[in-house]
Design a protein around this ligand. Sequence first.
Ligand SMILES: Cc1cc2nc3c(=O)[nH]c(=O)nc-3n(C[C@H](O)[C@H](O)[C@H](O)COP(=O)(O)OP(=O)(O)OC[C@H]3O[C@@H](n4cnc5c(N)ncnc54)[C@H](O)[C@@H]3O)c2cc1C
Length: 293
Amino acid sequence: MLTDLVKAGKVAEFVDLAPLTTYKVGGPARWLLDAETLTDLESLGPYPDPVVVIGRGSNLVVADEGFPGLVIRLGNGFSQITIGRDRVVAAGANAPLPAVARAAAKAAIGGFSWMVGVPGSVGGAVRMNAGCFGSDTAAMVNTVSVWDLRAGERVERSAGSLDYGYRTSNLAPHEVVIEASFSGSIGDPKDLEKEMRHITRWRRDHQPGGTHNAGSVFKNPVGDAAGRIIDDLGLKGTRVGNVSVSTKHANFFVAEPGATATDIRTLVDLVASTVYDRTGVRLVPEMVFVGFD
Ligand SMILES: Cc1cc2nc3c(=O)[nH]c(=O)nc-3n(C[C@H](O)[C@H](O)[C@H](O)COP(=O)(O)OP(=O)(O)OC[C@H]3O[C@@H](n4cnc5c(N)ncnc54)[C@H](O)[C@@H]3O)c2cc1C
């Protein structure tokens, strides 16, 4: 139970979430469970209340007021990467995607190179159907092990049951991804290294590296790119408080020191409404907002 975990020092109270996200903004979690192993999730028992699982925080905007419920973060016990037979790669939900890409390349398994530039975790990718460079998580995932917080039990989900769409799955907030297995193709480690270097270079050239951001703010409309639309309207550099539309890539918003989550939310709404008013295109955020109404 939560109260027992607080007493045991496993759950901390009023923990600042800003450092756990790439935007570095937002308020505290009422409770934070650092789950090092499955036992920590098991000891929570069936948990019916609102929950947020945080991975690398690379697609999250946490409200300035924080989140009034339980936040769960997975630890090192969920970071393993295992190369199996038939080019199957199994990874814990806390494994960083770039590490999965490199482990697969070393084992001569292709198809994972796109992960090298996505600074998220396996759990976040499985939930969000992360992807780029013509591939995504849905194209590679076989099975997903989930800890169902409401039932307090482990459930195995097949890829087909996740109802994947563009940056969506049907995984609910109470379903914690703990592990996933992926299938790759035959690859040559040298070629895969080259491919990853190319992807890394492309990102360095086209995206605002070294800044506080959460990757693409909006999903791309069918047949178009959100960044192109925003750029064409001359909105690069548009600013609310200490957050601005990147001058390097218009679908990235960059948070500077002193930025708030409200600045981000207001800029998202401003850009979306400007785009709608001037083009009729409704941009839909890709980022996940936590603790907002
Ligand atoms: C510079 C930069 C570039 C990026 N480029 C891309 C890109 O090319 N393509 C792309 O798709 N994304 C991109 N992203 C966004 C982000 O990295 C991905 O969406 C990533 O998959 C999010 O993983 P995360 O661990 O950071 O998840 P978080 O941001 O922590 O969480 C995202 C969502 O996943 C849920 N979640 C996290 N872990 C789990 C878990 N174990 N179980 C269940 N749910 C979980 C959260 O509750 C939340 O709903 C980029 C981000 C940055 C900062």
